[in-house]
Design a protein around this ligand. Sequence first.
Ligand code: PHE
Length: 341
Amino acid sequence: LELDLINAIGSAETAAAVEDLRVAALGKSGSISGLLKGMGAMSPDERREKGPMINGLRDRVQSALAARKGELEAAELDARLKAEHVDLTLPPRPRRQGSVHPTMQVMDEMIAIFADMGFAVAEGPDVEDDFHNFTALNFPPKHPAREMHDTFFLKPDPETGERKVLRTHTSPVQVRTMQTQKPPIRIIAPGRTFRKDSDATHTPMFHQVEGLVIDKGIHMGHLKWTLETFVARFFEVDGVDARFRPHHFPFTEPSAEMDIRCDRSGGELKLNTGDSWMEILGCGMVHPNVLRNCGIDPDEYQGFAFGMGVDRLAMLKYGIPDLRPMFDADTRWLAHYGFSA
Ligand code: PHE
């Protein structure tokens, strides 16, 4: 019995086979358990004679089981280490990398061009009060222009009844700048703006870059030169065929929209040719009421201001046909139009 058992244990191939042998020998109805149980019925003499032999048998089988189990475990670990070894010479899996959003890319380009012309960057909050977004900018109270902007209003403050807005343009930054800085002023204000609008060329959130220059003797010639120079640099051409078409904004007088001559019939943008004009920005001379509202004497200082849609200029420059996917966060679209950091 002993020899057979020890042999069988020694040649068991798996931990499960070792366990089967243990049960067969030492389990409840195992062969050795049977012998151990039989000792109870023996006479004291017989027990003294056979007891050590049976106990010895049990001990040797137990240690054989433990030894084989250890061997098998070590072999298993060995096999795993061999199978799972790390090959440090393999190339890494490519990692997906983010890229600069076209809007932000274009915003950076604009900031760089204006910085080169001596403009500083100013900022204001996305959540504005009525004063900065409308009143100080010469929107008359209850004027339909406030509705014209398709304004998002926040819930009124329960104590004061004040209704804040999501700024409908970056022009409130003009006001904030004039309230806190003495002329001469030369700033641009890039940022997010909000209007209740949604179609192929409008999204409820979009981006503008505002510009403001205040100094003595500023006139439309400065405005025209600044914007024409900017647009030419932005589109990387020597000069642009532009026209300033009379328009109305409450905060500028006179006001104009700037159009550039272009041909977009072939899908790609061709500047300075064809007979269609495209509107690219609003501008004008800062209204004397706005200067006064901000504590600047219009008899001493004059200025011009402009505002342009960053996303729309990004579409134009990079031939993006629809504005809405700009903000869908679809990584395939972003990878197609994204710019490396
Ligand atoms: N705030 C105007 C708009 O959003 C643009 C503008 C800015 C016009 C400054 C004139 C001067 O339409």
